[in-house]
Design a protein around this ligand. Structure first.
Ligand code: HEC
Length: 206
């Protein structure tokens, strides 16, 4: 074998190795900016989710099934809940009114504050309280999975999919009361319009 063709073969092997390694590290489904995992299903917390697409913010929302746990919205500590989604899935939703495989949502919970600086009435967003996530990904048997990155100050870098009773709550509420698939599009005003246009709202939501 000539020295020339030996060098050529070495290059081919090197390029193949790099390709295999890159594919292994960024193992993900569907979208380039969607969920990233370790060991197949352990979700990596994205550091840049605040640069993702913002969907909406709820303040002090309580839900039907929680009514008995709380004395009422007034006495409960009010929190803001901000929802973000990866950008390519957002673009896809605008086109189709549904979420593509490889969509990731972050639910960011923040304290509400008031009467600071020049503020006299109303509430604004203050420190981070906790972070949760949800993915639509065909690698999970159910097609969807829910995650808890924990509380501010002790946030986990990665989270296993929730299982058992913990996930049962998420799944039940996100199945029985959601407007599009497992998501609360009824509370994201611009997306609600899109879903209405595309006819993807679940029956009972229009
Ligand atoms: C009793 C109902 C209920 C339960 C239980 C619940 N959620 Fe939600 N979730 C909501 C509502 C309503 C929203 C809409 C945004 C808001 O209220 O802040 C939401 C929004 C979300 C979003 C943003 C994307 C979307 O689906 O619209 C994520 C992520 C999320 N929840 C994660 C979780 C996780 C993880 C659990 C379980 C640990 C959970 N949720 C349990 C009601 C629920």
């Amino acid at each position: 074998m000539s020295r020339h063709s030996q060098i050529k073969i070495t290059w081919v092997v090197l390029v193949a190795l790099v390709a295999v390694t890159v594919a292994g590290i960024s193992a993900q489904t569907g979208t380039p900016d969607g969920p990233k995992y370790q060991n197949g299903t352990t979700l990596v917390r994205p550091n840049d989710y605040r640069e993702w697409q913002f969907l909406s913010s709820g303040l002090g929302m309580t839900y039907e099934s929680e009514a008995r746990d709380f004395a009422g919205a007034e006495t409960r500590t009010q929190r803001f809940q901000n929802v973000f989604v990866n950008r390519s899935s957002y673009s896809s939703f605008l086109e189709t009114g549904t979420w593509p495989d490889g969509t990731m949502f972050i639910l960011e919970i923040r304290a509400a504050a008031g009467e600071v600086s020049i503020n006299r009435a109303g509430r604004f967003q203050a420190e981070l309280v906790s972070l949760e996530a949800e993915v639509k990904d065909s690698r999970f048997p159910d097609g969807w999975a829910f995650f808890d990155f924990g509380r501010a100050g002790a946030l986990r870098d990665v989270a296993e999919p929730l299982t058992g009773e913990r996930v049962a709550r998420c799944v039940t509420c996100h199945t029985d009361h959601t407007a599009v698939e497992r998501t609360f599009v009824q509370f994201y005003p611009t997306l609600l319009e899109v879903a209405r246009d595309k006819g993807t709202l679940r029956p009972g939501f229009d």
